[in-house]
Write a protein that binds this ligand. Sequence first.
Ligand code: HEM
Length: 222
Amino acid sequence: MILNINYRVVKMILSSLLREGTSEVHRNIEQSSFLKDLFRGKVSKDTYLKYLESFFYLYNELEYSVNLKLSDKNIEKLYFPELHRTKALYLDLIYFGGASFHPGPPTEKTIRYIDHIKKITEKETYKIISHLYVRYLGDLSGGQILGGIIRKIFSLEKGFGDSFYSFPIGDVDHFKNTYRARLDSLDLEDFQKLELLEEAKLAFSYNGMMLSELDIFASSPK
Ligand code: HEM
């Protein structure tokens, strides 16, 4: 008897792979004591300024890398300048730090993350994709909840000190679906998608290190 086996090539859908593959590290980072404190409204202005400063440096590097590598077809497909946060973070730094505010030097963990971004930009450009995914989809998800809490803690008026959380993109859920569709349209081999999953886990780990460092800053005498 001849068995008629229908062999199907199961394609890996990048957005699902990343969401499902990082669900455990996502749960872990949600439990970090810095974020727990933030969500409970327990954050001083000094610590929040440090938080903004660290992420200002990170986005500055990430967005510099994206601009540098726009000739890469996949990076170009994920080019959404309306997501870029460097300027927004700078505005928030000025709001909280005052007009003459100058960011201090980046912290040790921020430097580690930035150095990693520099390294992959040169040698494995496509891995930037994972960092864009982790930061921007994170900002458009839990980040939006966080924005509401920050507005409440510091009694912010819309447009003043909350730029980090404000995206000129219209409906956020619709935009997130567009972003996921764009991820799924990238020209990548399956092995690269698996590498991107590992890189996204690494991105969570770098983010976690930055948050732990902020936790130490928050509890240190000023
Ligand atoms: C307590 C803190 C956090 C909460 C409550 C939270 C909450 C959420 C929620 C509710 C979603 C699903 C949104 C949806 O339905 O589309 C989400 C997605 C996401 N979050 Fe978080 N999050 C937190 C922290 C973080 C952090 C620190 C990062 C990264 C550094 C992050 C990265 C992401 C990413 C990349 C997604 C998109 C998953 C996907 O749809 O592929 N989150 N988060």
